[in-house]
Ligand binder design. Structure first.
Ligand code: NAP
Length: 256
């Protein structure tokens, strides 16, 4: 029996990076995967890769900030696959990197809309289906920046702290419904989101990577699969006694 056999899992931001890895590993472990993202071409490539390997997946273009679209896509996933057993709230953006007093309210709200309101909306529309399935698992992608400060990315820190506590509160609300809610707190994982932090810097990507490598006691940044396997664990019944918890996968970043 594979680790996620028979479960239908919705992954947001599933086309790239951590979301992509989560989709591939969940499918390898027997899940039917609803790959959702803004990026249609990359999302469809993930589905093709899953199908080529003998797995089951389908793509939906979904902007998690649009309530009617979240409602419709989740309904279509339920219709196509017969149930929804887990939701991976992965989509997120880094937002502006300026000191707090230089950030506009529009920049603040744009970040919060994706990283916080998006998680709220997807959770809101998943709950009915998870209850219908007799229980399930919600995995919220927070960050080490939802636990500690780093003197950069102020809206991002605020959003990931919010996701950390939304996780614990929803874990309490939905425990009687056998719906588990946990957060994952990755250290730096080399993905398009992180590579993009070098945009416009004179030092460039290689210098950024070397700096980030040095910040992790284990000596390097992580790979998307390091987080994807955490997602598989939290979606699977192996974690059946775990809810409201923080799974920190950070190469020792927060151990200091
Ligand atoms: P990524 O490489 O940028 O991939 C994220 C995907 O989500 C992209 O395809 C992105 O599309 C999509 N997306 C953005 N806004 C969306 C929206 N409104 N609706 C639906 N999809 C949307 O990011 P990642 O590094 O894999 O990060 C995934 C998650 O892990 C994020 O929540 C991030 O905060 C968290 N995380 C990452 C790290 C890290 O070091 N990488 C560390 C801690 C936590 P576009 O590219 O078009 O925006």
């Amino acid at each position: 029996m594979k680790r996620a056999q028979g479960k239908t899992v919705i992954v947001t931001g599933g086309a790239l990076g951590i979301g992509r890895s989560s989709c591939l590993l969940l499918a390898k472990e027997g899940a039917k995967v609803a790959v959702t993202d803004l990026r249609e071409a990359e999302g469809r490539e993930v589905v093709e890769e899953i199908e080529k390997a003998g797995g089951t997946a389908a793509f939906w273009r979904l902007d998690i900030t649009k309530e009617p679209d979240v409602e419709r896509v989740f309904r279509e996933v339920r219709e196509k696959f017969g149930s929804i057993d887990a939701l991976v709230n992965n989509a997120g953006i880094a937002g502006v990197n300026k000191p707090t007093h230089e950030i506009t309210v529009e920049e603040w709200r744009a970040l919060m809309d994706v990283n916080v309101t998006g998680v709220f909306l997807c959770t809101k529309y998943a709950i009915g289906y998870l209850k219908e399935a007799g229980g399930g698992s919600i995995v919220n992608m927070s960050s080490i920046y939802g636990i500690i400060g780093a003197a950069d990315l102020p809206p991002y820190h605020a959003s990931k702290g919010a996701v950390r506590l939304m996780t614990k509160n929803d874990a309490l609300i939905y425990a009687p419904d056998k719906i588990r809610v946990n957060s994952i707190h990755p250290g730096y994982i080399w993905t398009p989101l992180v590579a993009g932090l070098a945009d416009g810097t004179p030092e460039g990507e290689a210098a950024l990577k070397a700096d980030l490598d040095s910040r992790h006691p284990i000596g390097h940044v992580g790979e998307p699969d390091d987080i994807g396997w955490g997602v598989v664990y939290l979606v699977s019944d192996e974690s059946k006694f775990m809810t409201g918890a923080e799974l920190v996968i950070d190469g020792g970043y927060t151990a200091r």
